[in-house]
Write a protein that binds this ligand. Structure first.
Ligand SMILES: *Cc1c(COP(=O)(O)O)cnc(C)c1O
Length: 328
């Protein structure tokens, strides 16, 4: 499949204007001090639905024909894509069926139900949930809009990259949470088209980092999905990945992995120093900086990708218990 280009991303931006928030980018005094270079935070957790996933979902739905819209949409999700898709479908008056595994936190499930979507909880992994999606496509004719491996989804997520470069034109390094790679592929395509010298670094949790394992193997591989504080970064890349594996392989400069303790420290720092509530998967950029794993010659932009954390878990992380429990 052809890579998503700057032109596709610019078109996505026009298509979703008015449907998504252009989120702010702000300097972080504490992280700038720590890193020795200016560090900026892209506050995408303030997006409607609490994550950037609304961008890709809105672009994909806006790209459907009237016939396809009438059939309704379905997807497997670790929660945030399902919520974005349910929201975008509701605005169009469309049916949405979201399939999720038991690993998806309850708060994410109930937010999706509240949007009026049909929610199915199937099995213990994204792959199990995907089987139900495949059945819905085959038997009920629903249109599948997957969470990452789809050109309209990648182009929608790439609009984050355009906003980052407008906010920080002299950015040297961009930090992007990485799971299936739709976000990182879209951002890297946008950022590198505007300035090929910017380094784009993907960041995942060490527990079940499917894209990192696949990049190391040179092809998409299966990785066991494990509970992690970065639940929105769980799930595989798909053994028949068409787009995001190749884009991440060719466009990302580096992939960094973090322990559960490091991720917890990122969530805690976001709360105490930046006064922001960020979910584990959204805090990995901050976490990588705190862990001393980022070297940059110039300004850094770290993407805070989501805020949909269970608040009891957030309290436990802020109080320092959660990473020990998860690692135990
Ligand atoms: C989905 C998600 C990611 C990762 O996006 P991919 O396109 O799957 O790599 C990062 N952060 C949050 C909060 C997410 O929901």
């Amino acid at each position: 499949m052809d890579f998503v280009t700057l032109k596709d991303i610019a078109a996505a931006r026009e298509r979703i204007a008015g449907k998504v928030v252009a989120t702010p980018t702000v300097p972080s005094a504490s992280l700038s001090r720590l890193a020795g270079v200016p560090v900026h935070l892209k506050l995408e957790h303030r997006q409607t639905t609490g994550s950037f996933k609304l961008r890709g979902a809105s672009n994909a739905i806006a790209s459907l024909s009237a016939d396809e819209k009438a059939k309704g949409v379905t997807a497997a999700s670790t929660g945030n894509h399902g919520r974005g898709l349910a929201h975008a479908a509701k605005l169009e008056g469309m049916r949405a069926v979201i399939c999720m595994s038991k690993l998806v936190p309850d708060n994410k499930v109930s937010e999706i139900r509240n949007l009026g979507a049909d929610v199915r909880i199937i099995g213990k992994s994204q792959d199990d949930a995907q089987e139900e999606v495949d059945r819905l496509v085959a038997e009920e004719g629903l249109i599948m809009l997957p969470p990452f491996d789809h050109p309209a989804i990648v182009a929608g997520q790439g609009t984050v990259g355009l906003e980052m470069m407008e906010a920080v034109p002299d950015a040297a390094t961009v930090l992007v949470p990485l799971s299936g790679g739709g976000l990182a592929a879209g951002i890297a395509a946008a950022v590198k088209a505007l300035n090929p010298d910017v380094r784009v670094i993907g960041i995942s949790m060490a527990r079940g980092a499917a894209m990192k394992a696949s990049l190391d193997a040179g092809k998409p591989v299966l990785v066991e999905e494990l509970p992690t504080l970065a639940d929105s970064l769980g799930g595989g890349v798909g053994l028949d990945n068409q787009l995001t594996f190749a884009m991440c392989r060719d466009l990302l400069d580096e992939v960094i992995l973090l322990s559960e303790e490091e991720i917890a420290a990122g969530v805690r720092h976001a709360y105490e120093q930046e006064r922001e509530i960020i979910e584990g998967g959204g805090a990995v950029g901050i976490a990588a900086l705190l862990a001393g794993k980022i070297r940059s010659e110039g300004p850094v932009v770290a993407l805070l990708s989501g805020r949909n954390i269970d608040m009891a878990q957030h309290r436990s992380i802020v109080c320092g218990d959660a990473a020990r429990e998860q690692a135990a």
